[in-house]
Design a protein around this ligand. Structure first.
Ligand code: AMP
Ligand code: GLY
Length: 427
């Protein structure tokens, strides 16, 4: 098959590595790709917000299956455009991708089909939202309904913070623009978070390994929120019993619900769960693989990732003999540019990747570029360094060993990725 991967981050680099290993892959094209992906495939520029241009590219390159990494093209309807033209793309149609694209929609789906989640109300009117806050004290969570690059959810620990952020979203400032014109205010949930990934074909699903992400910039979960500074998989907080509960109370009712809604869910259903004292509750749905979680859950899939995505797109997961358990453990540590997630400098020379990969770790590109034939930094999150092993400790040792070898000015990374998981393992 000729395969096209859409996206340019560490997640898409990991998808490219997994797809390239499959005997089903004859030719791999990535759009727009990154310098790491360029070592494995042909990279062609494309706009992620333009479903027609993406479908044109797939037609021109005679692509058999397109795998869409990020949420933006999915929410913009890229899969709908492919289907209209008789082309094949793995991912949800826009109506189904709205599970991520509109929190008002996803909360409504959860309520309608009995999926456990935080109690909530939806608002478009500023005064009504402020009145609601008067009877619902902090801690409370305020979320822009639309896509906001992961910045749209604000956990408010004081009443003032809640009033201020509601004013900023629904008032004149409209800090999230259209995305924040509708907001969801919801109950604060206490617990540990985990990510569950279901590969879905509209009715059936296959689970990948569970994972836990580290969103804060600094050790001990301090500092500002980021796109993710590291992750590990499987997450011991997700016990077999918890996973069964998530299947029965979240994934199965959601898939059945989306059939009722007229938008059967095909693609990755990423469920962010809070493990609370009264069981798992959904924090959010996403319509794609997590970044950086993708980079560690794909290597643990003990089968052919391309065959899995292909069967899901065809609606034929029931025929696939999917592995029942992940193989071993994996961890990823993100190497970031000094200043991230605030301002940071770009264009710093990078060395040491070959050296870092000598012991088996993989260095995945997230924010790099080629400048006059030299690899330099081009983003806040520059690389994700992935280690694998029999145990979580082995995986962390491999990843951290390699982190030291990659060099660029201003490099920083968290030193405590996986600590919570190790503590649970030793209990
Ligand atoms: P979201 O964009 O909905 O995933 O939210 C981003 C982050 O905010 C989550 O990963 C949680 O850490 C936190 N969060 C969101 N909703 C809640 C909630 N209801 N209770 C506690 N924390 C939350
Ligand atoms: N790792 C969080 C996300 O992909 O949204």
């Amino acid at each position: 098959m000729n395969i096209l991967i859409i996206g340019s981050g560490g997640r898409e680099h990991a998808i490219a590595l997994a797809v390239k290993q499959s005997p089903l892959c004859e030719r791999l094209v990535c759009a727009p790709g990154n310098p790491g992906m360029a070592l494995l495939s042909e990279c062609i520029p494309v706009s992620l917000t333009d479903p027609k241009a993406i479908a044109d590219l797939a037609e021109k390159e005679k692509i058999d299956l397109t795998i869409v990494g990020p949420e933006i093209p999915l929410v913009a309807g890229v899969v709908d455009e492919f289907r209209k033209r008789g082309l094949r793309a793995f991912g949800p149609v826009a109506l189904a991708a709205a599970l991520e694209g509109s929190k008002a929609f996803s909360k409504n789906v959860m309520k309608k089909y009995g999926v456990p989640t935080a109690a909530y109300e939806t608002f478009t009117d500023l005064q009504a939202a402020l009145d609601f806050l008067k009877t619902h004290p902090a801690p409370i969570v305020v979320k822009a309904s639309g896509l906001a690059a992961g910045k749209g959810a604000v956990v408010c620990l004081t009443d003032k913070e809640a009033f201020d952020i509601v004013e900023e979203m629904l008032g004149e400032k409209a800090i999230f623009g259209e995305s924040g014109k509708t907001i969801v205010i919801e109950e604060f949930m206490e617990g540990e978070e985990a990510s569950i990934f279901a590969i879905c074909d509209g009715k059936d699903y296959v689970l990948l390994a569970s994972a836990q992400d580290h969103k804060r910039a600094y050790d001990n979960d301090e500092g500002p929120n980021t796109g993710g500074m590291g992750a590990y998989s499987p997450a011991p907080v997700v016990t077999d019993a918890l996973l069964e509960e998530v299947k029965k109370t979240v994934i199965e009712p959601t898939l059945a619900g989306m059939i009722q809604e007229g938008a059967p869910y095909t693609g990755v259903l990423y469920v962010g769960v809070m493990v609370t004292s009264t069981g798992p509750k959904v924090v959010e749905y996403n319509c794609r693989l997590g970044d950086p979680e993708c980079q560690i859950v794909l290597p643990l899939y003990d089968g052919d990732v391309l065959a899995l995505f292909d069967a899901a797109e065809r609606g034929e997961l029931a025929k696939l003999d999917a592995p029942k358990a992940p193989k071993g453990s994996a961890a990823i540590v993100v190497l970031a540019s000094a200043g991230y997630p605030g301002e940071y400098e770009k264009g710093k020379a990078v060395t040491g990747i070959e050296e870092a990969e000598k012991q088996g770790a993989r260095v995945l590109h997230a924010g790099t570029q080629m400048q006059n034939g030299e690899l330099t930094t081009a983003g806040g999150r520059v690389f994700g360094v992935v280690g694998t092993g029999i145990s979580l400790q082995d995986a962390l040792n491999q990843a951290y060993g390699a982190c030291e070898k990659v060099k660029f000015e201003g490099k920083f990374y968290r030193k405590d990725i996986g600590k919570k998981g190790l503590e649970r393992c030793s209990k």
